[in-house]
Each structure stands twice: as structure tokens, then as C-alpha cells.
Design a protein around this ligand. Structure first.
Ligand code: NCD
Length: 330
């Protein structure tokens, strides 16, 4: 695969109430107003699906799903979202093996080729900044970042925030515990950005020392207004959290498997005992999944565990809403 030439300082285009034709690369493009607009439509999309009323608003449109990294939920829910709206997908999983990338085609050329075949490109890629690079290469269609390395995963955050919004009726004045791999988890990075769009949110970060949030990210997020409190022991978990967000150690970001194994052993697992000691009755437990030594399956029966319930279903509804807006059909 060719090296990407990421211009870190290219400024992001703000949504400012108008999603049509825009690349969706980072939560930093959104305002609280944009999130509310998206969630009104998400609510409508949910009704369509729950009432089994497929729509045709993406009829005649093709969305390319270009996934250079493995994915179950993001890939599956985007494909499902397009189909619920009457559109079609062009699905390339592992382009590095099955497309001309394996013959040495550059990333930019690959993006230019697929924009000729589609109305939008949903891109997952192992390199930080790949979505921005794709957006610079694509002249005609919007790029949606479905995860770029350990940087961001904006559409995951939209569904995470929607799950919180449905439960609490607001996205301000929330206290959350984010556990696991704060250094590498793109879902944690985007979620903190998302929470910083609203007033008076506090997040506790529970990670082993070696997996603490990077210093640059920490100061960037603090400047954006979210209160961040780092803890290293389960005994420091406050009992007033509205939500817990558990993540796995991101094995694919380690070059040495021994380092990964060592850190995976240091992770606090969400067990029924942990919930009964530190969790309030009214909180919810989220996990972007896959769970690998993150949440004990014994917790699944607890009604506070939403990762295989509302959280996962909301992935389809939020992505339906986002596609409808970005493709200018809502
Ligand atoms: C996450 C991802 O790929 O970043 N999964 C997802 O998209 N639901 C989290 C993970 O892989 O740990």
C-alpha cells in the first residue's frame, strides 16, 4: 500500500446545519445543533425500521463500502442502512488483497476509481488521516470516515450519543466512565469529542498507565470543555456515573504480541461484581464491541447492559439518518 500523505492541518469543513455533500471525517465538524438535527431524523428512521416500512429515499444511489480493516458492525450496519433506504451498496472488504491495491495501485487512485462508481464512499483504514486523504483525493463524492487507525470513528460516536440521548433525554450534565484502551481506542477519542459539544460533561478514564490517553489528545479535549479525570484503579470509580463505556485493548495497534498480552492482563473487566459495587441502578453499560476481555458475558442479562440491545440497533438508525442527510435526500 502506498504511503499516505496526510495534511494534518487541513482544516475540517464544519457542518453548520447543512450536511449535503460534506465529508464526515471527525466529530469536530459537528455542533450540538447538528447532532440534534441528526437525531430528529434518526428517530424517524428508527420508526421506519421498527414498523417494517422500508423507504426509497436512496433509490438510484450507490454507496461504496471500502473497508481496509476488518469490521462486523460498522460494515453490516452501513450496508443495512443503505438497503433500508432503497439504495445499493458496492462492497469491497479487504481492498488491499482483492482490489488493484494488491497490484500496487495508489490509495488516491483507488479512491478516484470508486468515486466514479458511487455516490458516497464509506472508508475504514488502518492509517490515521486516511479519511482526510481520501477526501482530498475525491472530487465528486463525500467520504464518510468509518474508522482511521487509532484516530477517530465518528459514526460510532453518533450511535453512542444517540443511545445516551434515548436513555437520558439530554447530552449535557452527564458523568461517564470510559474504560480500557484510551490511548488507541478511536471510539473513545470520538466519543470525548462528541461529549465536548455539550455543556458540563465529565468523563473518568480508567486505563493502565501504558494505555492512558495521549497527552496531545488530553489537552485538546480539555480545551474543548469536557472535564477529564484519569484514574488507574477500580476503587476510584465514582458511583454516580450515568454510563460506563468499556473497550478492549486494540491488539492490532501493537507490533509485539507480548506487549499486548501484558496490557490485556492489566485491564479491569466489567463483571457483575463490579457493577454491583460501583454502578448506579439507572446507569447504562455500553461497549462498541467486539468485546475481548472487556465485558464479562455474565453481565449480558443485566438490563443496564445495552451493547447487544439498543446500542447495536442504533447503529443502523443513525447511519440511515446520516446517509440521507449527506446524500441530500433529507
Ligand atoms: C470499534 C472499532 O473498530 O473501532 N468497533 C466498531 O466499529 N464497532 C471498536 C473496536 O474495534 O474495538
Amino acid at each position: 500500500m502506498s504511503q499516505l500523505h496526510v495534511q494534518e492541518h487541513t482544516s475540517l469543513e464544519l457542518i453548520k446545519g447543512d450536511f449535503a455533500g460534506k465529508d464526515i471525517l471527525s466529530l469536530d465538524q459537528f455542533s450540538a445543533h447538528d447532532i440534534r438535527r441528526l437525531f430528529e431524523l434518526t428517530h424517524h428512521m428508527k420508526r421506519l425500521v421498527v414498523n417494517n416500512e422500508p423507504s426509497q429515499i436512496l433509490a438510484g444511489m450507490i454507496v461504496a463500502l471500502l473497508f481496509f480493516e476488518p469490521s462486523s458492525r460498522t460494515f453490516g450496519s452501513f450496508a443495512s442502512a443503505v438497503k433500508w433506504l432503497g439504495g445499493q451498496t458496492l462492497e469491497i472488504q479487504d481492498p488491499a488483497t482483492v482490489s488493484s491495491v494488491s497490484k500496487g495501485e495508489s490509495f488516491e487512485d483507488t479512491i478516484r476509481v470508486f468515486e466514479a462508481y458511487s455516490d458516497a464512499i464509506v472508508l475504514r483504514h488502518p492509517q490515521v488521516g486516511a479519511a482526510r486523504e481520501a477526501a482530498a483525493a475525491a472530487d465528486f463524492v463525500p467520504i464518510i470516515n468509518a474508522g482511521d487507525g487509532n484516530n477517530e470513528h465518528p459514526t460510532q460516536t453518533l450511535l453512542d450519543l444517540y443511545t445516551l440521548y434515548e436513555k437520558f433525554g439530554r447530552l449535557d450534565n452527564l458523568v461517564g466512565l470510559l474504560a480500557g484502551d484510551a490511548l488507541n481506542s478511536r471510539t473513545i477519542h470520538s466519543l470525548i469529542r462528541g461529549l465536548s459539544l455539550f455543556e458540563n460533561n465529565t468523563v473518568y478514564l480508567l486505563s493502565p498507565d501504558a494505555l492512558r490517553l495521549g497527552l496531545e489528545d488530553l489537552s485538546h479535549f480539555r480545551r474543548q470543555g469536557v472535564t477529564i479525570i484519569e484514574i488507574t484503579s477500580e476503587q476510584d470509580i465514582p458511583r454516580n456515573c450515568h454510563f460506563w463505556y468499556w473497550t478492549r485493548v486494540q491488539k492490532e495497534r501493537f507490533s509485539e504480541v507480548e506487549n499486548y498480552q501484558e496490557l490485556a492482563r492489566q485491564i479491569v473487566v466489567a463483571t457483575p461484581q463490579l457493577l454491583s459495587t460501583y454502578a448506579s441502578q439507572d446507569m447504562i453499560l455500553l461497549d462498541p464491541l467486539p468485546r475481548v476481555n472487556s465485558v464479562d458475558p455474565a453481565v449480558d442479562a443485566d438490563p443496564r447492559a445495552v451493547y447487544l440491545r439498543s446500542q447495536i440497533r442504533n447503529g443502523v438508525y443513525t447511519r440511515m439518518a446520516l446517509l440521507a442527510l449527506v446524500l441530500g435526500r433529507s
